[in-house]
Structures are given as structure tokens and as C-alpha cells.
Design a protein around this ligand. Structure first.
Ligand code: C2E
Ligand code: MG
Ligand code: MG
Length: 810
């Protein structure tokens, strides 16, 4: 817990400052305390020293007073007479008198012969008997020990006139005596006397032996210490200042005066000062703590602000910190702000790039999906409808191919701008390539979507001008409406795409609403795609061959290879159903290669120079490997290139005219013939005719069908044949079913015909037989029909029959 709390800089700084300040205060307090103690010690020492000399004086005064009393008696004539005559009762009475006057315990008279007269303990009497001779010269008093007790002796000689004896006072130095002396001192001293005899152990009243031994060692050090300054030591557990003074002693007795002063008493005067200091210290400490916290907070606050700003930044909030002052933290805050701004600018840029299309600046697919999901949720809540329109520009690829990609980019930009202009209330996005999409909230039903789609189709059909270059595009639009056509973004987009696909199929420049049938179709298409792959793998495809009869020469000159797919469940699937799907999914390339190989293989078995015509789709043309595939088929089969005819439709020119024409030329260069199939059903057929020298034009069945209907149809067919002849191209009429059609075409100069009148598409074996390889019973009707047609043709001018093929004629 504490570790956790100290993780914050503020707490650490607070602790650091508080610690440092506290340390400083404690050091100061200790110094002051030391100074106080020092001061107190010095003053106590001085006082002790002063008191000790007062003591000396008091001690001496007391001795002098006693000595004077004794001297008065010693000089008394009567007393001297009594001593001289050894009048003991008188001596005793005089001594008693003196004792009372001088207020001492014991008083003796010692005669010349050593006789002691007086009251008191016999041992004391015996001890004092020797005293007059023990005192040093000139001294009239001294201390002596007796049985561990201290006594003061005062001696006064009795002269008559020679010394005939001595008067001796013996005063017991007990506690009472010392207290009397203590009272005279200015300071509360405790006085004790230390004494001993002849180097034995020291005695003292009221001091333990161990303390005595420490104050006054047994050796000579005690005397030396007595001359020195006071010492500080413990006595009876109380720390005290102790001063020793030597006292005059008698004979073998040594005596020291011990003056002590407890340190606690000495320091008592300083207690208020110490208390004041303690209080000041505590108050100081509290202030220091507060100040530390404040200081730490002041320093740590900008750091905390930075820290929370960094956290906010981490959480993705746009944040800045206030810059205060000019110090390093202010610099850090400034750098932080710059960093945060940089991060958000980059983030904005990244977000913009992630959600917007760089070229058109429109929202991209990701953004579109997000918006769609959000709006669908909202609409679901409010029970509203939302329409989405998916757009695909028509003919954009050829703009890119013919005018270049930079131009194409400009077209896309303008298309985006037109969409925004035409649909200001919609969310417009570019999904990629030439695909755009719009979200339109509906307030009054699907009619709004229809109106907008129509407006966009009309606007985009207008020519677009870029750098003085004009171009034409258009758009197809698919519309799906939530919630009916799908409640989720995925389903809605898929369904709008299906509608768009239908609009493209229906001829472009249109819009289509999604219908459930489109979805069913799409599913069927997907299944067919899967089946196609399987069929290609399993070799399920077959080729039929339909003969093309040259009515001028009167025999078959060519077979058109037509794919057949016997589906295990669906039966025979017509190419018109599966070829477009193979185109869409790209399978057409591999299927087309198989057709080329199989067609050439079959043709190689046919006698003479009968050609084989192979249909090639735009999807195959988009693949650069087409040339190689054709060469491979020719090489494998050994068929001469001139016997191969490639049938293309005008739709291949829709994508990239220039590339297609280049490809056609390269095929032509191989010696392969090129036929334009289904002529008249496309867009601007005549311009293609002038751009490429086709070998043959195949007039579509729709024109042949109408031949019997009147003159206008005849006129169109005649015009096509004349145009082809003028351009040096052959003509073949497709779907000839009746003799009348045949006659009419022959009359108009159409070179060859193909149709059920002559023969339906045949199996490879039947075609082989019909070609003259092997005769087969099944071909009898075709053979008969061909011979009939040949006869009819024979009525033609001879020039048209100049060329003959060896086998097919009947
Ligand atoms: P297409 O190239 O125009 O082929 C002629 C179509 O007309 C064939 O239909 C043929 O059976 C049919 N036909 C011929 N004479 C008559 C007639 O007198 N009356 C009627 N009602 N129909 C007649 P099919 O075989 O169904 O082929 C349809 C289309 O499928 C072909 O049109 C061609 O565009 C495409 N196709 C067929 N096989 C292939 C192929 O191997 N590759 C490619 N890319 N397309 C193929
Ligand atoms: Mg064809
Ligand atoms: Mg055709």
C-alpha cells in the first residue's frame, strides 16, 4: 500500500522535502539542546565552584567560633587552677558549661599526662587523647574517623603560662550537621563528607559504596581530582555534577568534602526554554510538512496534468495541456501539445485516406458501408425506407483505353461531381473503378429513387468536356430499397448489384429496380458456373456442325462449329444460356480453346478444303493468349489456316476498338478468315465495316425472317449484300428455313446460306459423313436437300459455279 502511494512523484517529493526539513529541524534542536546543556553545565560548575569556597568559609568560621569558646575557657584563671590542681569536678562542670554554650556534643580536657577528663563514649575519649599531637602545626581543627564515622575536632591549648593541657571539642559530622551547612548555600547543594583512615576504604554518609569508589578512587587520584573542576557522574542513580574539596584532617585521617548538584536541577531553569524549543520545533515540523506537500504539489501538478493528458491522448481524446511559465516542464508541455496536434493531424489524414477515395475525394466503399449500416439501423428504428443506387459507368473502359488513364481519372472526377450535384440529399460514394453508389433516404416511396435514377442517367449521358476534349459516357443503375429488398448492408448491396447487372444486360444507360426473380436467376447462374467447370473437367461438352452451302458453287463450303452441353439434370443446355455465363466468369477462355482444338480436329478429317467456322467471344479476345491458342489448334490438327474461319460479333468492338482491330489483323496475318456474325443486330455496324476488311458478313436471321414480309426487309438485305460486295466481302445468310427465303436470297446475290432448310447442326460423325468422308444412312435427308439446292443453284450463271469443291455436292 505504502509502496503504491509512493509511486506518485507528488508523494515522493512530499516525503523527501518533509524528511529533509525534519532532519534540519532535529539537527538544529539537537544543537540548541547541546548548547543549553553546555551553558547549564558551565553555570552550574561556576556556581558549584563558588559554593565550595563559601563552604570553606562557613566551615572555617564554625571552627574559629568553637576554637574561640574553647580558648576563653582555657584562659580562665579558675579553670587553669582546677586543671593545675586536677580538680576534676570543677573541670567537668566547666566543660559542661562550655558544651552547652558552644552547642557541641562532646568536650574534653586532656592533661599533660594524657589524662582525659570529660563525658562521652570511652572510645571517643581514647581517640581524642592523641589529637593535640596529631594536628599539624598552627592548625587548631581537623577531621578524624572513628568507626566509620566522621568527627571534627577543635583543640585549644590551656596555658599557665606553659601549656598544661588542652580543651578538645569533638563534633559528629552527621546529616544534621551537613544540612545546617547546606542551608547556608545559595544553590540547592547536597554536601557529604568522605573520610578514611590510612588509605583504607572511603566512608560517606548516604552514598553507596560503588558511587563512592567512582567519585574517590582508593589511590591518590582522589586528592588530585579534589583540586580539579566539577565532574559529572551518577550518584544513587541521579546524574549529578560533583565537586570534591579537601578538608583539614587529623593524623592518619583523610577527608574530602563532596558537593553535588543533580543535573536535572541544574537544567530545570532551562526547561521552559527547552519546552519552548520543542513547541517551536513541533509547530515548525507541522508547517514544514504542509509546506512540503504544497511545494511537492506545485512541482508535481504540471506533471500530473501532463500525465492525465497523455492518458486522454491514449484514449483517443483530442487534448492539450496548459503551458505555465518558461521552465523545463513548460517546455515539455509545449512539446506534448505539438506531439498531440501532430498525432491528430496524421490520424485525420489516415482516417481521411481510409474512408475517402483519393481521386474523387468522395467517401470510399468502407465509409459507404459504415454509413449504410448506420442509416439502416436508424431507418429500422423510425420505420423508414432507404434506397441505395449502385452505378457503373457505361463505356468507361474504352475512354481509358482510347484517351488514357489520366483522362479517365478526370472523367471519374467529373462523374463524381455530377452525382453530387444531381443528388445533393444523398450520400454519394465511389466504390472503386467506375462504380459509384448513393444512399437516398425515402420519404415518399420508391418514386423518389426512380426520379433520381432518371435524373442521373440523363445527366451522365451529356458529353463530358475535359481539356477541350469531349467524351461520351453513360451509366447503368441498380436500385434496391430497404427493408423490402434486404435489411442488411450486404444483402442490399448485392441486390442493387443484381439490378445493375440487369440494367447492363438490358442495354445500358438504364436503371432497374431489384426483383426477387433477379436473385433466383443469379443463383441459377452461380450453379451453372459450378456445373460448367465440372463439365469442362469431365469433358462433357460436344460440338455440332452446321453446314454452310455456297449456292453459287452448289456445294457445302464450310461447317460452323456450335457448342452443345448435355447437362445431367437440365438436359441439353443451349449455348445462348451458358456462353454468357462462361464469359462472365472467365471460363470462356478455356472452353473456347477446347472448341478451337475440337473444331480443327474434326475439320482435319474432312476431305478437300471445306472450312470450319468457330465462334469466338469478346471474353476470348480480351485474352492475349488467343493467337497462340489458334496456332496451337491449327498445328495440332494440321489444318491449313485458310480453312479456319473465326466468327466474331460487333460486341467485341464495344470494349476496345483499337486493340480488337489489332488482334484481328494479327489473326488475318496468320491466314485465318474473319467473319462478322449476326450482322445488323449491333450498334454502328457500318463503321466497323470500314475499319476492318472482313472476309465475310453473316446476315442475321432476323433479316432473313422478315424477307417474306414486304419490300422494306428485302431492301435492307439487298443493301447489306451490295455494301459487302462493294467492300469485297462475302455474305452468308443465317437461319434460312424456307425455300422462299432461299430463292429471295439467291436472287439478291447472297453467296452462301446456312439454316434448317439445308441442315440442322449435326453431330461430328454426321458432319463427317455429310462432308463426304463416309456415307451414312442418317444423312439421307440432308444429302437430298443439298442436292435439291445444288440443282436450284445450277440455274445460276456459270461464272458463279467456276470454283468447285470435290466432295459435298450430290
Ligand atoms: P450463331 O453463331 O449465330 O449461330 C447460329 C445459331 O443459329 C445456332 O444456334 C444455330 O443452331 C441457329 N440456326 C441456324 N439455322 C437456323 C434456322 O434455320 N432457324 C433457327 N431458328 N435457328 C437456326 P445455336 O447453336 O443455339 O447457337 C447460338 C449462338 O451461340 C451462336 O449464334 C453463337 O453466337 C453461340 N455459340 C455457339 N457455339 C459457340 C461456341 O463454340 N463459341 C462461342 N463463343 N459461341 C458459340
Ligand atoms: Mg456464328
Ligand atoms: Mg449468327
Amino acid at each position: 500500500m505504502i509502496r503504491f502511494r509512493f509511486r506518485s512523484i507528488r508523494n515522493r517529493l512530499s516525503a523527501l522535502y518533509a524528511g529533509l526539513f525534519t532532519l534540519a529541524i532535529v539537527v538544529i534542536a539537537l544543537l540548541l539542546q547541546a548548547m543549553i546543556v553546555q551553558n547549564a553545565t558551565q553555570s552550574v560548575r561556576a556556581e558549584l565552584a563558588a559554593s565550595s569556597s563559601v563552604y570553606d568559609r562557613i566551615w572555617n568560621l564554625r571552627s574559629a567560633a568553637l576554637a574561640d569558646s574553647a580558648d576563653v575557657l582555657a584562659r580562665d584563671f579558675g579553670f587553669r587552677s582546677a586543671v593545675a590542681t586536677n580538680d576534676v569536678p570543677t573541670i567537668r562542670s566547666a566543660l559542661d558549661n562550655l558544651r552547652n554554650r558552644a552547642r557541641v556534643d562532646t568536650a574534653f580536657m586532656i592533661g599533660e599526662d594524657g589524662q582525659v577528663v570529660g563525658t562521652g563514649d570511652p572510645r571517643l575519649r581514647a581517640r581524642v587523647a592523641g589529637l593535640p599531637w596529631e594536628l599539624e602545626d598552627g592548625q587548631n581543627s581537623g577531621l578524624f574517623s572513628l568507626d566509620g564515622q566522621a568527627f571534627r575536632a577543635i583543640v585549644a591549648p590551656i596555658r599557665a603560662p606553659a601549656v598544661i593541657g588542652y580543651i578538645v571539642f569533638a563534633v559528629h559530622i552527621d546529616r544534621r550537621e551537613m544540612t545546617a551547612i547546606e542551608r547556608l548555600s545559595a544553590i540547592p547543594l547536597q554536601a557529604t563528607v568522605l573520610h578514611r583512615v590510612q588509605g583504607q576504604a572511603w566512608h560517606a554518609d548516604g552514598i553507596a559504596a560503588a558511587d563512592v569508589a567512582r567519585i574517590a578512587p582508593a589511590d591518590g587520584a582522589a586528592a588530585a581530582r579534589a583540586e580539579a573542576a566539577p565532574i559529572e557522574t551518577g550518584i544513587g542513580g541521579v546524574n549529578s555534577f560533583v565537586l570534591l574539596r579537601p578538608l583539614p584532617a587529623a593524623g592518619s585521617t583523610e577527608a574530602l568534602l563532596v558537593l553535588r548538584y543533580p543535573v536535572s536541577l541544574a537544567l530545570a531553569d532551562f526547561r521552559p526554554l527547552q519546552l519552548g524549543m520543542l513547541m517551536a520545533g513541533l509547530v515548525g515540523l507541522a508547517l514544514v510538512l504542509l509546506a512540503s506537500i504544497r511545494l511537492a504539489r506545485t512541482i508535481a501538478r504540471p506533471i500530473s496534468a501532463l500525465e492525465s493528458a497523455a492518458r486522454a491522448l491514449e484514449a483517443g481524446e483530442r487534448t492539450e495541456v496548459a503551458v505555465v511559465g518558461e521552465d523545463e516542464i513548460a517546455g515539455l508541455a509545449r512539446s506534448f501539445n505539438a506531439m498531440a496536434r501532430g498525432i491528430f493531424e496524421r490520424e485525420d489524414r489516415i482516417t481521411h485516406l481510409a474512408f475517402n477515395d483519393v481521386l474523387t475525394e468522395l467517401p470510399n466503399r468502407v465509409f459507404f458501408r459504415q454509413q449504410l449500416e448506420a442509416r439502416l439501423r436508424q431507418a429500422d428504428k423510425n420505420g423508414e425506407q432507404v434506397a441505395i443506387l449502385t452505378l457503373d459507368l457505361d463505356g468507361f473502359k474504352s475512354v481509358n483505353d482510347t484517351l488514357g488513364h489520366p483522362f479517365g481519372d478526370q472523367v471519374l472526377k467529373q462523374a463524381g461531381a455530377i452525382l453530387q450535384r444531381e443528388a445533393p440529399e444523398s450520400f454519394v460514394a465511389r466504390l472503386g473503378g467506375d462504380e459509384f453508389a448513393l444512399i437516398l433516404p425515402l420519404h415518399a416511396g420508391s418514386e423518389e429513387a426512380r426520379t433520381l435514377a432518371q435524373r442521373i442517367c440523363t445527366a451522365l449521358v451529356e458529353p463530358i468536356m475535359i481539356a477541350e476534349q469531349q467524351t461520351l459516357i453513360g451509366t447503368s443503375i441498380g436500385i434496391a430499397i430497404a427493408p423490402g429488398d434486404g435489411a442488411t448492408a450486404d444483402i442490399l448491396l448485392k441486390n442493387a448489384d443484381l439490378a445493375l447487372y440487369r440494367a447492363k444486360q438490358d442495354g445500358r444507360g438504364l436503371f432497374r429496380f431489384f426483383q426477387v426473380s433477379l436473385d433466383i436467376e443469379a443463383q441459377a447462374r452461380r450453379q451453372m458456373e459450378i456445373d460448367l467447370r465440372q463439365a469442362l473437367k469431365d469433358g462433357d461438352f460436344e460440338l455440332n456442325f452446321q453446314p454452310i452451302f455456297d449456292q453459287r458453287e452448289g456445294h457445302i463450303v464450310c461447317f460452323e462449329a456450335l457448342m452443345r452441353w448435355p447437362h445431367p439434370e437440365l438436359g441439353l443446355v443451349p449455348p445462348s444460356r451458358f456462353i454468357p455465363i462462361a464469359e462472365e466468369c472467365g471460363l470462356i477462355v478455356r472452353i473456347g480453346e477446347w472448341v478451337l482444338h475440337e473444331a480443327c480436329r474434326q475439320a482435319s478429317r474432312w476431305p478437300g478444303d471445306i472450312r470450319v467456322a468457330v465462334n469466338v467471344s469478346p471474353g476470348q479476345f480480351r485474352n492475349p493468349g488467343l493467337n497462340a491458342a489458334i496456332l496451337q489448334a491449327l498445328a495440332n490438327s494440321g489444318v491449313d489456316p485458310s480453312r479456319l474461319e473465326i466468327e466474331i460479333t460487333e460486341s467485341i468492338f464495344l470494349e476496345s476498338c483499337a486493340d480488337t482491330i489489332a488482334m484481328l489483323h494479327s489473326l488475318r496475318a496468320l491466314g485465318v478468315r474473319i467473319a462478322l456474325d449476326d450482322f445488323g443486330t449491333g450498334y454502328s455496324s457500318l463503321s466497323y465495316l470500314s475499319n476492318f476488311p472482313f472476309d465475310k458478313i453473316k446476315i442475321d436471321k432476323s433479316f432473313v425472317d422478315r424477307l417474306g414480309e414486304g419490300e422494306s426487309a428485302k431492301a435492307i438485305v439487298q443493301a447489306i449484300i451490295s455494301l459487302a460486295t462493294a467492300l469485297g466481302m462475302e455474305t452468308t445468310a443465317e437461319g434460312v428455313e424456307t425455300q422462299a427465303q432461299f430463292e429471295a436470297l439467291r436472287a439478291q446475290g447472297c453467296e452462301s446460306i446456312q439454316g434448317f432448310l439445308l441442315s440442322r447442326p449435326l453431330s461430328a460423325a454426321d458432319a463427317f459423313a455429310l462432308s463426304g468422308g463416309v456415307a451414312k444412312a442418317e444423312n439421307v435427308s440432308e444429302r437430298r436437300q443439298i442436292s435439291n439446292l445444288a440443282e436450284a443453284s445450277a440455274e445460276q450463271p456459270a461464272s458463279a459455279r467456276a470454283k468447285r469443291s470435290g466432295s459435298a455436292s450430290a
